[in-house]
Design a binder for this molecule. Structure first.
Ligand code: PLP
Length: 461
């Protein structure tokens, strides 16, 4: 299988090349040239399989020749061995026909572990075979960074640099990034917002001389391998509730559009998904875009759900590419307009998007009220991101099972939980000493040259 750029002019790559590259050289994102629909009887055979078996079935056709069969099975098995639940992604019931898909049983207690643990193993396998060393640089609004560090810490062939917005991630998130002691881990606190961190990351990728000198690689949610890993739990969840014989719906707390895009891919592969609901917090660019047809950025307003405090949702470009009939030059033009503040989506493209997605937003008050209400009625403690999802999902409940993705463990956001229901959300025992471990981080200005100099110096390039 080959991968093409959403902006149409970068070279086609294999799975392994696209994974190691991250952002395409024309500024676009890699997507499979074609997503094949799977046979219905194969989907019908999924109930009862282990998470790892379903993962193999989902992932194998996308990797082509990049990994052998036994190699891929091994990668998947190592990726999920450290999870704290046998089902990996268990479902719990919230109310009539409303289910929570708990995606927080991985090592950093957020859904990003599903993708990051897998690509950590994939990178290690590919780089060891090639005898190469690379430099992973990521930008995070909180959870990606800790998941990346957890996945790459101590690996021989990788340095990992994570940019996070100084003061805008939770204490637990920050400590998960600043307490690992391995020399290949570099936590960088940047002045500014997540969008600033993400913009500097894109600048580094577009500066080819630097990119080649340090052998830059990306593991942000723009990395196709991450999206692919997330497709798996849409299948396991649907299979648990009677799919594909009956359709299910999903509500996804959304920031960078990676997680919900994985659901869109699952649907393209033939999983009967009735609704895919985008849930946003007060930073509601995606909700506004679907309503108005105009994608216009504004200021990020910090919220209780910081991992969704985003105005530019990178992965949205992938679905735009499909919405424009896979015309990369139109996508490239629209992204150029985005850099100037926004663009209007064509009628045909917005019709496509509205047929694929529904959307809703939850205010700060609604987020807190939802945490409180769900705690009082079910005893479940939600993280604020999940609460945004549950609130938005509540407008779409009916005869089709609704599955809301629980994207993080509540202990990652103790302040919001305490404020909502007066309850502490304790860390699981394996992380109980997080607040005693010493922290190690470097403060950096929101400045490309300074960042590049620091990274060059650390890796000796
Ligand atoms: C990253 C994250 C999200 C948003 O996911 P996207 O793939 O960026 O849309 C939501 N909730 C939590 C807890 C996250 O860490």
């Amino acid at each position: 299988m080959k991968y093409v750029s959403t902006r149409g002019s970068a070279p086609k790559l294999s799975f392994e090349e696209a994974m190691l590259t991250g952002l395409a050289r024309d500024g676009g994102l890699y997507v499979p040239q074609r997503v094949a629909e799977r046979r219905h009887d194969e989907i019908e055979a999924l109930p009862g399989m282990s998470y790892e078996e379903v993962a193999y079935w989902v992932i194998k056709p996308f990797v082509g020749e990049s990994f052998g069969d036994a190699e891929l099975r091994d990668i998947i098995s190592r990726a999920y061995a450290g999870f704290g639940h046998a089902a990996r992604a268990p479902l719990v019931q919230l109310g009539p026909n409303h289910f929570l898909l708990e995606l927080f049983h991985g090592p950093t207690l957020a859904f990003k572990d599903f993708a990051m643990q897998l690509i950590g193993q994939m990178f290690q396998t590919a780089l060891a075979r090639r005898g190469e060393r690379i430099c992973i640089v990521g930008a995070t609004s909180g959870d990606t960074g800790s998941a990346a560090i957890e996945a790459f810490r101590g690996l021989d062939n990788v340095d990992v640099f994570i940019l996070f917005p100084d003061g805008r991630v939770s204490d637990v998130q920050r400590r998960q990034m600043t307490t690992p002691t391995e020399a290949n881990v570099h936590a960088l606190a940047i002045d500014g917002t997540f969008d600033d961190a993400q913009a500097r990351l894109k600048d580094m990728f577009n500066h080819f001389e630097f990119r080649d000198a340090v052998k830059l690689a990306g593991v942000n949610s723009i990395n196709w391998a991450r999206v692919l890993a997330q497709v798996v739990y849409y299948f396991t969840a649907a299979a648990s509730l009677g799919g594909p014989l009956r359709p299910v719906s999903f509500t996804v707390p959304t920031g960078n559009f990676g997680d919900i895009f994985a659901g869109y891919i699952a649907r393209k592969m033939g999983l009967p998904i009735e609704k895919l609901v985008i849930a946003t917090n007060q930073n509601d660019i995606l909700h506004r875009t679907l309503e108005t047809g105009a994608y216009t950025t504004s200021q990020v307003v910090p919220s209780l759900s910081p991992s969704m405090d985003i105005q530019v949702s990178s992965n949205f470009e992938r679905v735009l590419f499909d919405a424009y009939g896979r015309d990369g030059s139109t996508v490239a033009d629209q992204m150029a307009d985005l850099a100037r503040g926004g663009f209007t989506i064509s009628q045909g493209a917005i019709d496509y998007l509205r047929a694929q997605f529904t959307s809703g937003r939850a205010s700060e008050e609604e987020t807190l009220a939802t945490i409180r209400e769900i705690f009082e009625t079910t005893g479940e403690v939600l993280c604020p991101h999940t609460a945004v999802g549950v609130k938005v999902a509540s407008a779409h409940l009916g005869t089709t099972p609704m599955i809301t993705l629980a994207t993080a463990h509540p202990a990652k956001f103790p302040d919001a939980v305490k404020q909502a229901c007066g309850q502490d959300a304790p860390l699981p025992p394996r992380m109980a000493d997080l607040f005693e471990r010493p922290e190690r981080m470097t403060h950096v200005p929101n400045d490309l040259a300074a960042l590049e100099a620091l990274i060059r110096q650390r890796v000796g390039a």
